[in-house]
Design a protein. Sequence first.
Length: 423
Amino acid sequence: MGGHSADGHRRAAVFVDFENVHIGLSNSSKDAGNRFATQPGRWIEWMEQTLGPFVVDAEEKPRKVLRRICYLDPAQSGRFRPYFTRAGFRVVDCPALTTRGKNSADIHMVLDILDTLAHPERYDEFIVLSVDADFTPVLLRLREHDRRTAMLVSGPAAAALQAACDFPIPDSLFFDEALGLDEDALAPPAPADNGLRERMAVVVRRLVAEADEPLTMARVAQEVRRQLGTRVDTTSWGGTGGFGKFAQSLVDDRLHIETSKSPGWLYDPTRHDAPVNGMPSTPVVPEVAERVHQVVGVPLLSSAAYSVLFEVLTTEARGAAAHGQAIAERAARDACTERGQPVARNAVHFVLLGYHYSGFDWTDIEAHAHQLATAFTDNVLKLASDAQMALTPDEQAQIRAWIEYRPCTETAHATPYLDSVVP
């Protein structure tokens, strides 16, 4: 990727739609919303030191976020302005223009993004913190100009943005790493020593060994950075020159690499099906489910996994919900694994976010697993309708049969859609 500065850094610009992100994070976790608003220096440091390249084959160059612009409503969020100015942001006032609180942040952001595109100093990377799918056209324009992009993704907008930017940042990843809400992320980094490459190898092999399907190389690289700290980058991946070359040095009978198509995958050929055309294999689900997954992002879990998930949401996860959604998501993920149906945390997050957007209170002790399944299915069908997917009555019935809750003792005999989970 061209345009590096003389000192070899990637130039980056970040654009923050404050109310859009703050409200969304606060709805999931008050602590997340507060950390986002009062500790911007923390997540900017994460972007510079931990986030890594947006594409696997990019050069492993450090990132400098040189342009930082935050757009907020001074009447609603002016109290947070000092935190951003102290973190090097230019704050643009975007007062509400309607009685419903709509402001002009998105217009200001698009204009500034296009100005940055024409800046005499080339900016290599554009990071947009907003969960508004309206930014899709400007992301596509940036791609036409060979710029790399990343955007925060959450809820219904996520699927629309997946193909528009190089690196969709899941809000669960932002919770855990950028805001430090994952208890593991708060642990001090391992001390630097001469065995860095050996420790990196241990992390990579453990991740692949514990995975239920192939892992993207970007995801593994980020986890290595998170566990071992910035020394990974300052030593150029233990002297190998980059994560791709380091991973290649680990290839053996239990670890293979598939790089024929972005984003690249790591997998264990003795346990995982090899990625087909650059994609991991999927569970056996109705064909219409795969189409809905492609358009709205509904997790491709097996019917058995969905049933187990709805059960644990009424038990372990509901009991943990008082401590915040992030804790509840981890509780659900761990409980599903214990019951023999691993479900990735981002799949749990998608389901819970669906309840939030549809106004369904999954924490109500009167809501049983059947109701949770029905509410989630209704939300999936609404998302498909909003995305202008014209599903026939028979296709809608297939979706309901796929996600329908069946007690664990019945699932093995009630549906053919049983297989492994796709996070």
